[in-house]
Design a protein around this ligand. Structure first.
Ligand code: AMP
Length: 493
């Protein structure tokens, strides 16, 4: 349901529902964002961009367009194609728009957290979409609430809105600068006012955000696969710590206060981004293939076949097979109409999901010594099922190879990882994990091997999920409730 009264539609529930303070929702989100400026069908382009970035979040999506005198919003639960239809897009007039795909949990609380968030404050109507997580949102929220702010969602993003509204700066960008000087963590943002689109990346550039252009239209998107779909040319990344303002004055660049220290999320390469996207200056497919080659150099084993766990294991398996000189076969076939099993809400569904998602081919595997390549091993439940499935298809030996190091630490910057207690590698040796998944051998990529695709830029990446070393402090002493919230919420199913 759309609405053209200054600020959008259903979705903002009145205060009083579950809040961040009772752990009623979680801040862990995997998201894709888009901003369009200067196109008569801005909402339609935003829709296409979200469609191409569906992998970054499947639980809710939303678009807000600006027709100059008002913002028009439509958000819903589910996949982009289910939420929008031609009539809705047609009603979303205006030459600028932003959009958001989100994954999070807790069904009943989701719609009010669906983004873009839209508000009307003293400076006018404003919409904001966020990819990443703020690590000091709870402390800021407490401070804002004690000063009288009333929160309408449990999203960390709303903190930024309140900080913008409180600022006394004379311009929106001034208010934003003031707000961002107070938040810590990961944020790639697109902000829409009646006449401006603003694209922002945190000073570490943890999550991706790039600029593209087609004729008079500027585009800001999480991944370049969206630029390809809408026919925009890649221009450059929004730099870490940069605030790009696109409005009546053209494009202007401002800075988030404080030092800039790039720490790009290496997991975007390992698993999260689409292989055809260019992320942090490199094509994801090529990095994944190189991770596979490196894995083969580090952990060779005699075998007859290399088999990927589709889809995310495919480029690494190709690289592995190429480097090892072993035949590559699609011994596992994926049903593409099943969501990513990892992000289903309960254990029972997750286990079921692995079975419905993948099928092994005895015609290829029977009697063979098989190397199975997957991008990551998180809880271990997927690998265990896959090994059993490949053995049941007749394989003589099953050697599991993982094209990233052991996942030992949760991500607090926007990738959905379980709590430390659920991360099998946080509490078990490689040999224990091998025994649990019942593989003949198990090998992970080394930490050095993970960054072998670009050793000089090692320091510009965040690999906290593999190293436990967090570039932005997530300090239990400083933010005890935030950590508690993360852990309580992440431990669902
Ligand atoms: P697990 O059963 O927890 O070990 O799941 C590992 C599988 O989940 C691998 O095949 C990965 O491709 C996939 N995976 C890893 N991280 C994520 C994530 N953050 N969201 C969704 N799927 C993931």
């Amino acid at each position: 349901m759309s609405d053209s009264r200054g600020v959008g539609e259903a979705g903002f529930e009145p205060p009083g529902g579950p809040s961040a303070h009772d752990g009623g929702d979680r801040f862990h989100e995997e998201c894709g964002i888009v901003g369009i400026h200067g196109h008569p069908e801005a909402a339609n382009l935003a829709y296409l961009a979200l469609y191409s970035m569906q992998h970054r979040g499947q639980e809710s999506a939303g678009i807000v367009s600006s027709r100059g005198d008002a913002l028009i919003a439509h958000r819903g639960l589910g996949l982009v194609a289910d939420i929008f239809d031609p009539d809705i897009i047609h009603r979303m007039v205006g030459s600028a728009a932003i959009g958001h795909n989100r994954y999070a949990t807790h069904g009943e609380t989701v719609l009010k957290n669906a983004q873009p968030l839209v508000v009307e404050y003293s400076g006018g109507a404003l919409a904001i979409a966020h990819n990443g997580n703020l690590v000091n949102a709870n402390g800021l929220r407490e401070r804002l609430e004690s000063a009288g702010s009333i929160f309408q969602s449990t999203s960390d993003t709303e903190v930024v809105i309140h900080l913008i509204a409180q600022s006394r700066a004379g311009t929106l960008v001034g208010r934003l600068v003031e707000a961002l000087s107070q938040v810590r963590g990961a944020y790639s943002l697109v902000v829409l006012s009646r006449d401006e689109l603003i694209a922002v990346r945190d000073p570490h550039g943890l999550r991706p955000l790039v600029l593209g252009r087609t004729k008079d239209t500027w585009v800001a998107v999480s991944e370049t696969c969206a630029l390809d779909l809408i026919g925009a040319e890649y221009v450059r990344e929004v730099e870490p710590g940069e605030i790009v303002v696109i409005g009546p004055m053209g494009l202007q660049s401002h800075r988030v206060p404080g030092p800039t220290e790039p720490r790009h999320c290496v997991f975007e390469y390992v698993y999260f981004a689409r292989p055809d996207s260019r992320v942090f200056g490199r094509t994801v497919y090529q990095v994944r293939r190189e991770l596979g080659r490196q894995l083969a150099r580090e952990s060779h084993v005699d075998a007859d076949l290399v088999v990927p766990v589709p889809d995310s294991g495919v480029p690494a398996a190709l690289g592995y097979a190429e480097q090892a000189g072993i035949a590559y076969e699609m011994g596992l076939i994926r049903n593409h109409y099943v969501g990513r099993t990892f992000i289903e809400p309960t254990d029972s569904i997750r286990h079921f999901g692995v079975r419905v998602k993948l099928n092994a081919m005895p015609e290829l595997l029977d009697g063979k010594r098989v190397i199975v390549v997957d991008d990551s091993l998180v809880r271990g439940t997927t690998s265990k099922k896959i090994v059993a499935m490949i053995r049941a298809a007749g394989a003589r030996e099953v050697h599991m190879r993982i094209s990233s190091p052991p996942t030992i630490s949760p991500c607090y910057y926007g990738i959905d990882t379980p709590t430390r207690g659920e991360l099998i590698a946080a509490n078990h040796s490689v040999e224990e994990i091998r025994s649990f998944i019942e593989a003949d051998t198990l090998a992970y990529l080394s930490e050095g091997g993970l960054f072998a695709f670009d050793p000089p830029r090692r320091e510009t990446f965040c690999g906290a999920c593999f190293t436990g070393s967090y570039p932005v402090a997530v300090d239990g002493e400083v933010e005890p409730r935030q950590l508690k919230l993360f852990d309580a919420s992440a431990s669902r199913g």
